[in-house]
Design a binder for this molecule. Structure first.
Ligand code: PLP
Length: 356
């Protein structure tokens, strides 16, 4: 048996009995396919039920369901912006926010990672009269650190911009009842358009975009990835209603997960202090990178761990910046203390051996 630290199933819900049962009940009730785009007959009761439940859960007026986070980001960016607008993106945003920005007709500019001061410089020197959008991951997918959302929201207010937040890794794991990074930071604003994915902590697949009613209606009416794609299977939407309830009830799982996170932070600090890994930005999320720098060494260490039945993916450029190849440890409430012990022993054996 290989012990995996590769999955984004942060709460261990993907295989939960309640979720499997809800999915099966959904199939018995609806069959397996939606049969059409949501605007052409593919939007069932279960889709509407999920959208209402998701909006209520994150305390936003309205939500719209998508088959994946990738599609949701493409939809959000291409529908909301138009020619003459500018999208300001964090340098380390997820690939699908970049792809959405590229597909949109708006101009786009990148600001230095997590650097609200640099973003302000760009906003100040920006002379266009079109709309402005600031797009960011809430939890960065390769470093696990949080975006300075409070500062970004202040800039959005000062420079009359929208703030688009991709919370793929915060939803379910952070905030009150797992409501995500905005809840964690206590932020609400009609300028925020919020995107959360449902294939990570929620354990299924899909995503939703939430925000002001007119914003969501506009996306529904105009986003091509929404209009021209077959809707999510209604049984899956039914399972997702159950997933939301499971997320909210998962305080014990989140407490266990955050215990694992604290241990991993101490572990990687110790590797950094002993010169076995490079300094990294602090991560309080379930994503805990151990940066080794060299591509070859990173893949050799990942292989060495695998030989000890521990699977930690090695991540190389271009997924991460040059010279920052890393092990990306992804933690879950489904890990036991003993699993973290096993990871610790395997890392000591392989990283420690490589240094001498
Ligand atoms: C995984 C991820 C996505 C894509 O979500 P899918 O539902 O897997 O398509 C988007 N943004 C971020 C930051 C992600 O980590």
């Amino acid at each position: 048996m290989v012990l995996s630290f590769a999955s984004n199933d942060y709460l261990g819900l993907a295989n939960s009995a309640a979720l499997r049962a809800a999915y099966v009940r959904g199939i018995e009730h609806y069959g397996v396919g939606a049969g059409a785009s949501p605007v052409a007959g593919g939007h069932f009761e279960s889709h509407a039920a999920f959208e209402a439940a998701a909006a209520a859960f994150v305390h936003m007026p309205r939500a719209l369901l998508f088959e994946s986070g990738y599609m949701a980001n493409l939809a959000m960016l291409t529908a909301l912006s138009e020619r003459g607008d500018t999208i300001f993106c964090d340098k380390l945003n997820h690939a699908c926010l970049n792809d959405g920005a590229q597909l949109a007709r708006a101009d786009w500019q990148r600001y230095r990672h997590g650097d609200a001061t640099h973003l302000e410089t760009l906003l100040k020197s920006h002379s266009g009269t079109g709309g402005r959008f600031i797009a960011t991951d809430a939890v960065f997918s390769m470093d696990g650190n949080l975006a300075p959302l409070r500062d970004l929201l202040a800039l959005a207010e000062r420079y009359d911009a929208w703030l688009l937040v991709d919370d793929a890794h915060g939803f379910g794991t952070l905030g009150l009842g797992g409501r995500g990074t905005l809840s964690e930071m206590g932020l609400t604003s009609p300028r925020i358009v919020y995107m959360a994915t449902l294939g990570k902590a929620a354990g299924v697949a899909g995503a939703f975009v939430a925000g002001e009613p007119e914003v969501i209606e506009w996306i529904l009416q105009t986003a091509r990835p929404y209009l021209f794609a077959t809707a999510m299977p209604p049984a899956q939407a039914a399972a997702l209603v159950t997933a939301l309830a499971l997320i909210e009830a998962a305080d014990a799982g989140r407490a266990r997960l955050h215990g694992h996170i604290q241990r991993l932070r101490r572990m990687s600090d110790s590797f950094v202090m002993r010169g076995l890994a490079q300094p990294r930005v602090d991560s309080t999320s379930a994503i805990q990178p151990i940066i080794l720098g060299d591509n070859g060494r990173t893949m050799a260490v990942a292989q060495g761990l695998l030989a000890r039945d521990v699977w930690v993916p090695g991540i190389r450029p271009p997924t991460v910046p040059d010279g920052t190849a890393r092990l990306r440890v992804s933690l879950s409430a489904s890990h036991a203390e003993a699993d973290i012990d096993a990871l610790s022993r395997a890392l000591e054996a392989v990283l420690g051996a490589g240094a001498s």
